[in-house]
Design a protein around this ligand. Sequence first.
Ligand code: GLU
Length: 470
Amino acid sequence: MTVKTRFAPSPTGYLHIGGARTALYSYLYARRHGGSFVLRIEDTDRERSTEEAVNAILEGMAWLGLEYDEGPFYQTKRFDRYKEVIQQLLDEGKAYYCFCTRERLDKLREEQMARKQKPRYDGHCRNLNRTPKQGEEAVVRFRNPLDGEVVVDDRVKGKVVFQNAELDDLIIARADGTPTYNFTVVVDDMDMQITHVIRGDDHLNNTPRQINILRALGVEPPVYAHVPMILDEHGKKLSKRAGAASVMEYRDMGFLPEAVLNYLVRLGWSHGDQEIFSLDEMVALFDIDDINSAPSSMNPSKLLWLNQHYIKHSDRKHVARHLSWHMGRLGIAPSQGPALERVVEALSERAKTLVEMAQSARFFYQAPTEYDAKAYKKHVTEAILPVLKELRERLAALSTWTGEAIHAQIHALAEERALGLGKIAQPLRVAVAGVAVSPPIDVTLELLGQEQVLSRIDRLLNHAATEGSS
Ligand code: GLU
């Protein structure tokens, strides 16, 4: 048996964290078993589905790097196939036309509620055995078994037993002939030969219905694994308002996809006490049986920790590619200045997010337009101006612009003037970065290049001459 999993989002909004986790688990399981991963867009609810949402899902999957082997399949393109299977069930007597009016069904519902019963269809048309006359409205219902039970042998929840007596005859086609949700899922899982369905546990109650329809079609149901929901950091249901729920928001906040994937895999799955997993490791280690059966809570500080880890340890070129996107958002063109990989290298020790890193990287590409008042006041003193002037000359005389050569000059001057290194490095930082924070000063100056450094020192000296120092 070739393992085949699917991610089957309804395109009614962005790709949210819960969906992305289900997609990841399905992807990992397929990869681990050398199987296939399918993307299926469940867009039959035409009122709520939008093209924008489809694009958001595709964008989210691409950003996370979750490549699918088949699809995307769109349910709206498969209506002929659904019609065919509805007809097959009707022909075999496994489904029937129901002519009950809305009024009758509303009344039935009210009566059942008044009797404190669960509202359900009473099978009124089950044995009518007739087809609609020209122009007559009818829905198609699945003839659910009346008794017995459906056992869902769920790989996460364990055995969950449903009584058929509790399940009524589900509408599989509306009066206009369009198929309903539970039915399209079944036909697709059957046609696409899905072997493992990993999805949110909000679908657990649909499963016995889907199993009954699959069996009526002569197909053995796939393995089901219903994953518990994700709670927010306070243990409440995750809502759009409570922090970021969309995957792309995490991109916007400056997270690397590796960090988000690593975070997602651990939201409900574990392997001993290991926290860091590369995608290859996840593929090698992931198993449905290790999914927690209890809900997991969001943990923003862990995500930050993971992000910092990946910023520090990932390939510089890779980080630079993502950083470049953030720089673009801040209006910085990283082509005009030092190689971004080197800036990444210089900044990777400190940045928790790529947004932070992009902000700290700005001065490498844009000269400061103003000086941080506090830093200026503290470090650009009357006494240091002649030292800076002297350093400027010595730096101008350097014929090889390397970190070592720069370091040697600063060091020598500090010794000669009996100054601590910081006394020179800090005003230099203010000159080149506008603030008193930067990577090591020799690295910073080397990356900026001789011309930029000299012109920025000149600018500070001019500024001090006109505006004064402290
Ligand atoms: N389309 C459903 C959803 O987005 C998922 C259905 C399924 O996985 O079976 O919630």
